[in-house]
Design a protein around this ligand. Structure first.
Ligand SMILES: Cc1cc2nc3c(=O)[nH]c(=O)nc-3n(C[C@H](O)[C@H](O)[C@H](O)COP(=O)(O)OP(=O)(O)OC[C@H]3O[C@@H](n4cnc5c(N)ncnc54)[C@H](O)[C@@H]3O)c2cc1C
Length: 478
């Protein structure tokens, strides 16, 4: 097989999975109005693999068959840059909302390849063949994958073993000859309700005494005891004209409850080796932050483009403060893009043949994006004007009664009143709506918090070397 069609993807989700939406179990996610929107959105990945214009970018070769580009293990900077372009293209098709069903799971597989190899060599475990078996099967059947890493975490100041409730981090509650039984909850799990399988990773480094929490594995979504509570955020009905971005596109996250779930040993990648929980968690974020910034590119470009469009339509494109804001927005977008490209170009080959983006640069890229995002939104809101939240509805604008007056008074400096209103609706969806709230929280938290990015970057910055230079210039002896 190797490549799946959008229809085959949708059909694969009818498997008896346990999904709750607003207090009711969903018998078939493909028949549910809100969840179906997320499914059709995710199917973009499969459609782009079929279409002539995008097929080359979205496909690669392995085991003598065509495969999804996302399952190609990166072996060079060029592979990472092609992955970046594919993610950017799919997200543009998704109108700033990432598809994620291939991206996040392969990020996890690449990290597992790195860590399993190191673990097998050091400890004599046999994890690498299991990771390779997952890669082969998922690639051949073109699975949609979710990744559950973030635990409920309870008291953030304490580690897994220090919690009052021992279930605040996912843990092994039973070891059997044929597998393990796990209990706990992972939060915010994206695309879980519309994936085929889920990869579970530890959320942080572990220490001696936390062996039961150092656990990683994969399992089908329809596994016994796995229960998903879908988030209702962004689920209201909306007009395609007034919400040109979010009317047809969304992603769904879940509260993911492992209510004593059995996992066979062949699907387990970590079970008690505490010293590898941290490397696995961090190995994933190297790739996942690369994915994250790749899917931010259409978003930051649209901030610049829509601000420029509104500046023209409002007649303020020549104003000094507007030129200044457009310049800041352009530099913001360009810096995010160039840092991401640099992280690929500065990447390095690691065993067993995985090309990894440069940790310092990719974290700097993600931090730069997240740190500047709210300020960029403010500039776009400033240029667009108050109609962002006070504009009349499309039904008013097209009504016989009031339409002519609205066309007269909503006319700006350029274009028609309708064009100006459409541009305002776009910016409202982008910068003022529940979609923009989603993007804002996504910027700050998803793929790790700002502090997590700063920590990862500074760990790879040569601070000691810079202090030595400062001592030298200050005339202080070593
Ligand atoms: C839309 C969305 C999609 C997501 N998708 C996924 C997904 O698919 N899979 C997945 O596994 N996760 C996913 N996440 C989770 C994301 O990685 C987390 O939100 C992020 O790691 C922050 O964790 P948290 O939400 O528990 O916040 P918290 O960790 O509670 O952070 C809140 C604040 O507390 C601070 N803080 C936390 N712990 C400490 C500490 N020990 N010391 C000092 N300060 C601390 C943080 O820096 C932050 O400022 C997603 C999140 C979002 C918003």
């Amino acid at each position: 097989m190797g490549l799946r069609s959008p229809e085959e993807y949708v059909a694969s989700l009818r498997d008896g999975r346990r999904v709750m939406f607003r207090g009711a179990w969903v018998p078939d996610v493909t028949e549910h109005a809100v969840l179906r929107k997320a499914i059709d959105h995710a199917a973009i990945d499969y459609r782009l693999g079929e279409e002539a214009a995008t097929r080359d970018l979205f496909t690669a070769q392995a085991d003598g068959e065509p495969i999804s580009r996302f399952y190609k293990v990166p072996e060079s900077a060029d592979d990472l840059l092609l992955r970046m372009r594919a993610i950017e293209t799919a997200t543009f098709e998704g109108r700033t909302v990432v598809t994620l069903i291939h991206e996040i799971g392969t990020d996890a597989i690449f990290a597992l390849l790195r860590v399993a190899k190191a673990m097998d060599r050091a400890l004599g475990t046999g994890y690498l063949p299991r990771v390779e078996a997952l890669l082969r099967q998922a690639r051949h059947e073109d699975w949609a994958l979710a990744v559950a890493q973030t635990d409920s975490k309870g008291d953030r100041a304490k580690g897994p073993a220090g919690q009052v409730d021992p279930d605040q981090y996912l843990r092994i509650v039973e070891r059997r000859p044929d597998g393990i039984v796990v209990r706990g909850a992972k939060l915010h799990t994206s695309v879980s309700v519309n994936a085929n399988a889920m990869i579970v990773l530890p959320t942080r480094a572990m220490r001696a005494g936390e062996e039961d929490y150092a656990v990683s594995f994969w399992l089908p979504i329809a596994s016994e005891g796995l229960k998903l509570v879908a988030s209702p955020y962004l689920s209201g009905r909306r007009s395609p004209v007034e919400h040109p971005l979010s009317a047809e596109h969304k992603m769904v996250e879940s509260f993911t409850w492992f209510d004593d779930v059995f996992v066979p040993w062949e699907q387990v990648f970590l079970a008690g080796e505490v010293e590898y929980a941290g490397p696995l968690a961090l190995g994933f974020v190297d790739f996942h932050r690369f994915t994250a910034v790749s899917y931010k590119l259409p978003l930051v470009d649209l901030l610049v483009g829509s601000a420029g469009l509104l500046a023209q339509l409002n007649g303020i494109a020549g104003a000094g403060h507007v030129r200044d804001k457009l310049g800041s927005l352009a530099m913001y977008a360009a810096t995010v893009r160039r840092l991401l490209e640099a992280s690929a170009l500065l990447g390095a080959m690691e065993e067993p043949g995985v090309f990894v983006p440069d940790t310092l640069t990719v974290n700097t890229a993600k931090y730069h994006f997240a740190h500047g995002f709210h300020e960029a939104l403010r500039d776009v809101q400033d240029i667009a004007g108050g109609l962002l939240v006070t504009a009349p509805a499309w039904d008013d604008f097209t009504s016989d009664d009031i339409g002519p007056a609205l066309r007269k008074y909503l006319q700006g400096a350029k274009g028609t009143a309708e064009e100006r209103l459409r541009a305002l609706y776009l910016v409202t969806d982008l910068a003022v709506s529940d979609l923009s709230g989603y993007h804002e929280v996504l910027a700050v938290h998803a793929e790790g918090s700002l502090e997590a990015e700063k920590l990862a970057a500074t760990r790879h910055f040569d601070l000691a070397g810079k202090i030595r230079q400062a001592r030298h210039l200050a005339g202080i002896a070593e």
